[in-house]
Structure formats: C-alpha cells, structure tokens
Ligand binder design. Structure first.
Ligand code: IPD
Ligand code: CA
Ligand code: CA
Length: 274
C-alpha cells in the first residue's frame, strides 16, 4: 500500500484525533477486503434478488467498529450490516464496510470501504478506500478532497450532451415514475455514455477525481453516499437531491456533478429534456 498523505492541521486537537481514527478504521476494514478478495468466503442473500452480504462484509464491519469504539466509545454508529448503535453524541459514524459487494463477490476490483463522519447532522469528514486498486480518497469539510497524495478536482466540461456519466440501479424500485430504467434510457437515446460500476461510493469519488462529469442514482442508503458526497463537494462539485436541493444522505436520491452540467442533469432525471 502507498504511504498515506500526512494528516493536515485541522484547527483543533479533537479534529485531528477524529481524522486519525477515521483513517485507522478505513484501513482496518480494507485489510479484511484484501484478505478475502479472490479467496474463499461465505456469501448469503439479503432482501431482494442478488442483494448479497459476504463474510468479508461482516469481518470488515467488525474491524471498523472496533477501532471507532476503542477511540470514541460514546459516539453514534450507523453501519449497514449492524444498523444503529445509538447514543446522545453529536458525532455519528456512517459506515459501509464494503460498497460494491456484488463486485467483490465476483472478484471485480471495484469495491471499497466507505466511512463518513457527521457532527450535528453535518458531514465533516469522509474516506473511501479501494485497497485492491490502491485508491484512498479523503475529504474534510473546507480543506479539499484528495486521492492518495494529490488534491483532486471535478471536471470542467460544460455540456451534458458531451458528458460521461455513471449511475447505479437499486435492487428494487425500478418501475417508479421517472425510475432508474426510464432515466437511463433517455440519456442513452441522447447518445450520452452512462457507465454502471456497481459501487456508489466509488462512482462519487470518480466524479470528484474528474473521471466522470456526473452521477445520479435512485434509492441509495445513507452509508452508500455519506463519505462520497463530501468528497465531491470538496473537489468543487455540486451534490443535490432530485429537486436540486441541498443534499442529505438520509434521503434516497442523489445527483452529483462537476456543477456545470448539474441543472441539465436535474432536468433529465425529472423527465425533462435538454
Ligand atoms: C450498492 C452499491 C451499488 C448501488 C446499490 C447499493 P452495496 O451497495 O453502492 O452501486 O447501485 O444501490 O446498494 O450493496 O454493494 O453495499
Ligand atoms: Ca453500499
Ligand atoms: Ca455494503
């Protein structure tokens, strides 16, 4: 693994400690992904068809929660496989131990640990780590977004029709009005390339890194986007719900772009055209 960027000055000691814990937790989870990737592990099915959870998801989640509980035993935790570990704390750790589990289970190296940290409902730090591709994304509110040692920026493309987009499809909800398949078809019929990687956290990071101009998805869970949306914002992008309002990972729909194609993508996702 490449050496991580040194921890920048955060302004206060607590902030520094939070960041250290976040990095340790993401690395502890990622070590489990590396251990199990392409090896032997048990796979079971959650609600829906092919909504998988593997032994690696549980092992990564356990390792992550251990790190956080050890450093901040009274913090609130929301984690995909465990659910809520509630507390009165203003700090909430939002964890996806493996985002891209179907990829992981098939040996496809597009999968990551994703952890976002909220303070009083505001996302203050986020990290997404794909240990297979050795890509570590980190953002802190007001301090920018980074891929490994380098600061990242969203793309500069201004035309939706010239954009390269990415999306994902939920396990259910496909037939809602202006649902995932309809929006996808409309964009494809316009000749706009729309990729599907299978990891919302990585989709967001790749928007932040300027590889994609935009991402949209219906029906995400808080842990899918908690870290990634801050990484896009800190890379200079824009993230909203489907109405174009300020984004919260605690509601289901997301549009994340370089900012320049945002209004046009909001239109298309809502049944309009450009
Ligand atoms: C999934 C991925 C995928 C998205 C699904 C999510 P999981 O998360 O982020 O890209 O389309 O909606 O559930 O199940 O791999 O953690
Ligand atoms: Ca996920
Ligand atoms: Ca997951």
């Amino acid at each position: 693994m490449k050496r991580q960027r040194p921890i920048p000055i955060c302004g206060d000691y607590l902030c520094q400690m939070l960041k250290t814990t976040l990095l340790k937790a993401v690395q502890a989870g990622a070590a489990q992904l590396k251990h199990f990737f392409n090896g032997k592990f048990t796979i079971s099915n959650k609600e829906g068809i092919n909504n998988l959870v593997t032994e690696a998801d549980y092992a990564a989640e356990k390792a992550i929660i251990e790190v956080i509980k050890n450093d901040f035993p009274d913090h609130f935790i929301l984690s995909e496989e465990t659910g809520e570990i509630p507390s009165e704390s203003e700090y909430k750790w939002i964890i996806d131990p493996i985002d891209g589990t179907v990829n992981f289970a098939n040996g496809i190296p597009i999968c990551a640990v994703s952890i976002g940290l909220e303070k009083d409902g505001d996302m203050i730090m986020g990290a997404v780590y794909n240990p297979i591709m050795e890509e570590f994304y980190f953002a802190q509110q007001g301090l920018g977004a980074f891929l490994n040692d380098k600061k990242i920026k969203v793309s500069t493309n201004t035309a939706l029709t010239k954009s390269c987009l990415v999306t994902g499809f939920p396990y259910v909800y496909l037939d809602a009005p202006n649902g995932p398949l309809e929006v996808f078809e409309k964009l494809i019929r316009k000749g706009i390339p729309v990729r599907r990687l299978g990891s919302a956290a990585i989709d967001l990071c790749w928007v932040a890194a300027g590889r994609f101009d935009g991402f949209y998805e219906h029906k995400l869970q808080a842990w899918d986007s908690a870290a990634g949306f801050l990484i896009v914002e800190e890379a200079g992008g824009k993230v909203t719900d489907f109405e174009g309002n300020h984004y919260s990972p605690h509601q289901p729909h997301i549009i994340a772009t370089n900012g320049k194609i945002h209004d046009d993508l909001v239109k298309m996702v809502n049944g309009g055209t450009v």
